[in-house]
Ligand binder design. Structure first.
Ligand code: GLV
Ligand code: MN
Ligand code: MN
Length: 421
């Protein structure tokens, strides 16, 4: 018999140490911002690669900037159980959204490696380069590349500073003409399993450290642009104005009201707005803003999007504003595979925790990975349900509980054919 598995608390302490180290790699000194293909994104990738190697994995950066580690099974070249999450962040982010799943997976492999434990399959850990979609107007770029669904037309899209994705990839050290090389095939992957903070209050309300995800809710993102007429703030009478910002404000409140009156979980957010020319004494002539719409079912979300678009068109028409509205991102609701859910439930119960299932309102890389593998997720409780905010927090004991469940899942994992026999 080899060395014993990690003692209670050890995996959690290791996770917190790595989370703090990653959180120190930020574009801004006073908060955490690590955007796709920035120099800090590259520094985080290098740190993750070194941790993967220390954990006994062969590790490399793939063609879109994903960090890929592979721990061979009993013999080399076996199909893998893929674990992963993302290492980009939103602006002024919390430390745990994305990195928790990654460092937990690395910690689990490190524990297998320390014990010299090899499994009848390989374990891979993928740190997806872009899940948040903050820099360019599309999201899940890392996992789409792995799933083989990366749309090369987005290479021409530009960030707010005018830098194209093509140029940003080159600066990062990647070849924008070879993003296809990141794609994997179904036969290589036995499953994709992601551990992630819940980002909501349900587990805390039930006093549970972990939960099993049933499905990841779909989302539609739109880019809206309203064009009116810029003019002098002191001379143009109110009734003669075509103020694009006042029009956008009406649209935003309309979206909020519409979603608030829905009784079935519809949520709508305008998270970004830009007004031009942007001066105190000039009527805004041009405004761009984003819209993010989510609902528990795809049919509900699609109906809501149609209704919201009609309402925005009416506001623009009444205010004599020119409207440009484009869908920048659309993701269907993705179910987590029942055969994987039941294995996660077994692992949760074996840790002495009630196996509780809940849906995910947030988007995750599994939404793209479903095109190349069956997908499942394990949520870890976060304090106050707070996420996409610097106060995001996971208790070290909960991080430990999540890691122990994940490690148990890995060690007892049965591929689908075996599981259903
Ligand atoms: C990702 O965090 C998303 O749900 O937008
Ligand atoms: Mn996330
Ligand atoms: Mn996020």
């Amino acid at each position: 018999m080899g060395p014993a598995a990690a003692a209670t608390g050890e995996l959690g302490r290791d996770i917190v140490r790595r989370i703090e180290a990653l959180a120190a790699i930020s574009e801004t000194p006073d908060n955490l911002t690590r955007i796709f293909l920035s120099p800090e994104h590259r520094a985080a990738a290098d740190l993750l690669l070194s941790w993967m190697r220390d954990a006994g994995m062969a590790a490399h950066l793939d063609a879109i900037g994903n960090v890929c580690g592979r721990y061979e099974g009993e013999r080399s070249g076996l199909p893998c159980l893929m674990l992963g999450s993302h290492y980009d962040t939103v602006r002024d982010a919390g430390k745990w959204d994305g990195p928790l799943g990654l460092v937990t997976a690395i910690g689990c492999v490190a524990d297998l490696h320390r014990r010299g434990r090899r499994l009848p399959f390989a374990v891979e850990v993928t740190g997806f380069a872009d899940e948040e979609g903050v820099r360019f107007a599309s999201t899940l770029l890392g996992s789409r590349a792995v799933a083989g669904t990366f749309d090369e037309s987005v290479l021409g899209s530009r960030d707010s500073a005018g830098v194209s994705m093509r140029d940003a990839l080159t600066t990062f050290g990647l070849d924008p003409d070879h993003t296809g090389a990141a794609a994997r095939i179904r036969a290589e992957l036995l499953a994709y399993v992601e551990l992630h903070i819940e980002q909501g209050p349900v587990l805390e309300g039930l006093n549970l450290p972990v939960g099993i995800v049933t499905a990841i809710a779909g989302a539609t993102r739109l880019a809206a642009s309203l064009t009116g007429m810029a003019g002098h703030a002191g001379t143009v009478p109110m009734l003669l104005r075509r103020d694009a910002l006042a029009g956008a404000a009406e649209c935003i409140v309309e979206i909020e009201q519409f979603c608030r009156t829905d009784q079935d979980g519809l949520v709508g957010t305008v998270g970004y707005i830009d007004a031009r020319p942007g001066a105190t004494n000039v009527i805004p002539g041009q405004v761009s803003f984003t819209i993010d719409i989510r609902a528990p079912t795809d049919a509900h979300r699609k109906l809501a999007v149609t209704d919201i678009v009609r309402r925005i068109e009416n506001i623009a028409k009444r205010r004599k504003l020119q409207l440009q509205l484009d869908v920048t991102h659309e993701n269907r609701t993705v179910p987590c595979a029942p055969w994987l859910r039941s294995q996660i439930s077994e692992a949760v119960a074996a840790e002495g925790i009630r196996a509780f299932e809940l849906p995910s309102g947030a988007g995750h890389d599994g939404m793209a990975m479903i095109d190349v593998a069956d997908v499942a997720m394990l949520f870890v409780r976060c304090r106050g349900g707070i996420s996409h905010h610097p106060d995001e927090h996971v208790d070290p004991d909960d991080a430990d509980a999540g890691a122990r469940v994940l490690l148990r899942l890995i060690e007892n994992f049965r591929p689908r054919e075996v599981a259903s026999e």
